[in-house]
Design a protein around this ligand. Structure first.
Ligand code: NAD
Ligand code: DAU
Length: 357
């Protein structure tokens, strides 16, 4: 028994590969193009583990995907590979269309050809799981109920539009060809190995370096935060018990405004690594907002709880404490990701963000 994972060198994918090998123990073929967001150092502990087979490859390369499926005969595909950062999608949407839309199409076609050649029992058991986002539903008004699986799609950024397109392709490949697919739409993840372009790791790393903590707009945008290990256990639950053709929304029941998140991180750092210059909150700096910035996301995770018995294990308080501790204890990993590509991005994204009026 083997599974094929795409994007398993990224933040969630790598956490999933580590979690899968620890909890399930089945071999993983991990296909990742190692873009700026892919980092094999995260998977260093698996270097000598025959259960982790890493393949440096692009999901747009259908011939490669087809040959990997024929060679390794996976019983499931778990699709994480994507361009994932909203701000990058605003600066350069083309790569988002290529990987998230064309790449998902090419993976679906390879999986369909492979699946059609399986014997009846393997065909019945095969799963294609697509990892998606709550951002496809757009933005909630204050007081509106959280996103249920039946919510209409209203993506607002090039990133969320490309993910919405990929969800529709997966749905269509099930409906038209019978490919046994499942989809999960998850809220904001945080935890170890998170690339420091995203809010939580960026704030921790900037604070420790004494750099400004750039809060977009008024900092009152709300996200629903989920500790990454809980996302991994949700995907395991869907793979094990999820119904073919179904969508499961995954969230932490943890709605928080960005400014609260930044203040919580500052307070934890004040406790764990006090700075002689004063509280880290002195570094909070309001900067120009993200264009088209979604105001609020929140997930209604009752379906996955009711049907698959999944609930997050971490509260925000336990998860953020573990996360800040992890960044303090893993400076070498942080130094390693702060490559040239990462520094170029910081200059491009933040240089033109003058303080809001
Ligand atoms: P990430 O950016 O950290 O990692 C993406 C990985 O995909 C990287 O390892 C990268 O090298 C790889 N990749 C990119 N283009 C590729 C290509 N063409 N071929 C093969 N590999 C390629 O992303 P993440 O935060 O780990 O997100 C993983 C998935 O989960 C994405 O599909 C994302 O939309 C979804 N998601 C993320 C969050 C979140 O909060 N981060 C929440 C919900 C859903
Ligand atoms: O909701 C799920 C999504 O969460 C995933 O699909 C995406 O892949 C993932 O990147 C994440 O998207 P967000 O845009 O919500 O995450 P990000 O960490 O970029 O930003 C979180 C919030 O913090 C958002 O309201 C923008 C704000 N922000 C972000 C950065 C990087 C700031 O205020 N300052 C910053 O410097």
């Amino acid at each position: 028994m083997t599974i094929l994972v795409t994007g398993g060198a990224g933040f969630i994918g790598a956490n999933f590969v580590l979690d899968w090998i620890e909890n399930v123990g089945e071999p993983v073929v991990n296909v990742d193009a190692l873009t700026y967001a892919g980092n094999l150092r995260t998977l260093m502990s698996l270097d000598c583990d025959p259960r982790h087979i890493f393949v440096h490859g692009d999901i747009c390369d259908g011939a490669l995907l087809g040959s990997l499926m024929v060679r390794h005969k996976p019983r499931a595909v778990v699709h994480f590979a994507a361009e994932s950062h909203v701000d990058r999608s605003i600066h350069g949407p083309a790569e988002f269309i290529r990987t998230n839309v064309t790449g998902t199409f090419s993976l679906l076609e390879s999986a369909r050809a492979y699946w059609q050649g399986l014997d009846a029992i393997s065909k019945e058991k095969f799963r294609f799981h697509h990892v998606s986002t709550d951002e496809v539903y757009g933005s909630l008004l204050s007081g509106e109920p959280p996103f249920a699986e039946t919510r209409v799609y209203e993506p607002n950024s090039p990133y969320s539009a490309s993910k919405a397109a990929s969800d529709h392709l997966v749905r269509a490949w099930h409906h038209t060809y019978g490919l046994p697919t499942t989809i999960s739409n998850c809220s904001n993840n945080y935890g170890p190995y998170h690339f420091p372009e995203k809010l939580i790791p960026l704030m921790i790393i900037n604070a420790l370096a004494g750099k400004p903590l750039p809060v977009y707009g008024d900092g009152q945008q709300i996200r629903d935060w989920l500790y990454v290990a809980d996302h991994c256990s949700a995907i395991r639950a869907v793979l094990a018990e999820g119904k073919v053709g179904e969508v499961y929304n995954v969230g932490g029941w943890n709605e928080k405004p960005n400014l609260d998140i930044v203040n919580t991180i500052c307070a934890l750092l004040d406790e764990l690594r006090p700075d002689a210059a004063g509280s880290y909150s002195r570094l909070i700096t309001y900067v120009q907002d993200r264009p088209g910035h979604d105001r609020r996301y929140a997930i209604d995770a009752r379906k996955i709880e009711r049907e698959l018995g999944w609930r997050p294990a971490e509260t925000f308080e336990t998860g953020i404490h573990k996360t800040v501790r992890w960044y303090l204890d893993n400076q070498e990993w942080v130094d390693n990701v702060q490559s040239g590509a990462y520094r170029d991005w910081m200059a491009k994204n933040y240089a033109d963000r003058t303080a809001p009026p």
